[in-house]
Write a protein that binds this ligand. Structure first.
Ligand SMILES: NC(=O)c1ccc[n+]([C@@H]2O[C@H](COP(=O)([O-])OP(=O)(O)OC[C@H]3O[C@@H](n4cnc5c(N)ncnc54)[C@H](O)[C@@H]3O)[C@@H](O)[C@H]2O)c1
Ligand SMILES: O=c1ccn([C@@H]2O[C@H](COP(=O)(O)OP(=O)(O)O[C@H]3O[C@H](CO)[C@@H](O)[C@H](O)[C@H]3O)[C@@H](O)[C@H]2O)c(=O)[nH]1
Length: 428
């Protein structure tokens, strides 16, 4: 099969490389010439384990990148993997995706065989019917051979390639049996080697499944944080409590790690987008609003704990971990950002460290001091807060002896407390 993938960001590059790995011919299309040149060099424009190996193998053979939409009509199926950021009020901004949908339609205006355009981006349930399908049709000048479907993506950053190639489920949202069969043909090679559930539904329900998935996971973490805050008030260890409740199959042991909260490019924007879409439709989703509220308060609670031990005005505070989670340099909506802002509001002098995310954070906060190692950050610090659970922080030990006062507030349960250290866990 020949597949065209529009957009070569986190999702587009990953799925293009993985489709090639599955044996398809793939054309990756992006408007960014630098991204296209990087891909055609066999290099990855983003940092994901295993991605560069796939690109090295398939670029120049089954995979090529271009800025032109000319390959769209030659392909059998087109996937749109364009960003869907938030507007000021949290609602979904479809501008870029709508433009790409229209350009895809234009490329298909003269196609005489049926062609499936699949929305891979995360979009609210009414987006396809009200905005994206009309954009494709407008571009295609009403060509009836063009059909729009939805296939939401559940991969995580840091494990994108393996998540894509070993999914728990595949969701096919189409308006026809033919569309479902097309998606089956795309994923057949994956399903030959991997046992995943396949959900066949309509495009609107497929869109909602994606939001419900992310909203559920984000809410699970916020609930765990809420319960963790209760545990802390009673002097109890939330991790011991969660380990026990995770033994209940209905709850499951995953996503029970309480702390400074969730960030990243997806949970914050997706929870806010579905809240905004629900409100517009006339419903106030109270629990989802609380999910965001609990998440917003965790960095403040981290600093309140620190302030119980250190007078923050003029104090030197080490911030350990800047990325939104380990194994990535992505700082989008990282909990480090509100943590740093609140430390600045309190007049602290900040020294920050992360194994890979210093450069992106330097762009956001050029005024901060950045250390070359956790050990350097800790030296002479009056206190430290841990925001990201990088493995290397678990082995820190004597480094804490070099602090001016060894006060450690752990937002991720990653530090091993030691003698002479004043250690506070956020929820334990
Ligand atoms: N990042 C994730 O982990 C993840 C996981 C699942 C779903 N999603 C969803 O997938 C979608 C894409 O996310 P992403 O993180 O890959 O976005 P991204 O911003 O990393 O990549 C988008 C790419 O699209 C390109 N682009 C913009 N307009 C274009 C056009 N008209 N034609 C061709 N290319 C164009 C940009 O240059 C960019 O390279 C979003 O809806 C997101 O919510 C993301
Ligand atoms: O028990 C937990 C698990 C995660 N997190 C935090 O939650 C955030 C998100 O983590 P994760 O879900 O691993 O990363 P993402 O790459 O953002 O992936 C989410 O968002 C993607 C984009 O929509 C979806 O495709 C994925 O299924 C969904 O897990 C991070 O800040 C984590 O630190 C916790 O605080 N506690």
């Amino acid at each position: 099969m020949h597949i065209s993938v529009i957009g070569s960001g986190y999702v587009g590059t990953t799925i293009a490389a993985c489709f090639a790995e599955l044996g398809h011919d793939v054309t990756a299309i992006d408007i960014d010439e630098e991204v296209v040149a990087t891909l055609n060099d066999g290099r990855a424009p983003i940092d994901e384990p295993g991605l560069e190996d796939l690109l090295e193998t398939h670029v120049g053979d089954r995979l090529e990148a271009t800025t032109s939409y000319d390959a769209v009509p030659e392909s059998d199926v087109t996937f749109l993997a364009i960003g869907t950021p938030s507007n000021e009020d949290g609602s979904i901004d479809l501008t870029a995706l709508e433009a790409a949908a229209e350009a895809t339609g234009e490329a298909l205006a003269d196609k005489s065989e049926r062609h499936l355009v699949v929305i891979k981006s995360t979009v609210t349930p009414t987006s396809i019917e009200n905005v994206l399908e009309p954009a494709v049709k407008r571009g295609a000048d009403g060509n009836d051979n063009v059909e729009v479907g939805m296939n939401p993506e559940f991969l995580r950053e840091g494990s994108a390639v393996s998540d894509f190639l070993s999914p728990d489920k595949l969701v096919y949202g189409t308006n026809s049996e033919w569309g479902t069969e097309r998606l089956h043909a795309v994923f057949e090679p994956l399903l030959e080697d991997h046992d995943a559930d396949v959900v066949e539904t309509d495009p609107q329900t497929a869109s909602m499944i994606k939001y419900a998935n992310n909203a559920f996971l984000a809410s699970k973490i916020s609930l765990v944080n809420d319960l963790g805050n209760v545990c802390k008030e009673f002097g109890l260890d939330a991790y011991e409590v969660m380990e026990a409740i995770g033994l209940d199959d209905r709850i499951s042991e995953q996503f029970l790690r309480s702390g400074v909260g969730w960030g990243g490019s997806c949970f914050p924007k997706d929870v806010n987008a579905i809240i905004a879409a629900a409100r517009e439709a006339g419903y106030d989703p109270a629990l989802l609003e609380a999910t965001v509220e609990v998440n917003d308060q965790q960095p403040e609670r981290l600093l309140e704990l620190l302030a119980e031990h250190v007078d923050l005005e003029g104090a030197r505070i080490a911030v350990l971990g800047l990325s939104f989670k380990p194994q990535t340099d992505d700082i989008r909506n990282s909990r480090a950002i509100p943590t740093i802002e609140r430390l600045q509001d309190r007049g602290a002098e900040i020294v920050a460290y992360d194994p890979v995310a210093i450069e992106p954070m330097r762009e956001r906060f050029p005024e901060l001091e950045y250390a070359d190692s956790a050990a350097d950050a800790l030296e002479n610090a009056d206190g430290t807060v841990v925001v990201t659970d990088w493995d290397e922080f678990a082995t820190l030990d004597e480094e804490f002896d070099t602090m001016a006062s060894p006060v450690v507030v752990d937002g991720r349960r990653i530090i091993q407390p030691r003698e002479n250290m004043t250690y506070e866990g956020l929820t334990w």
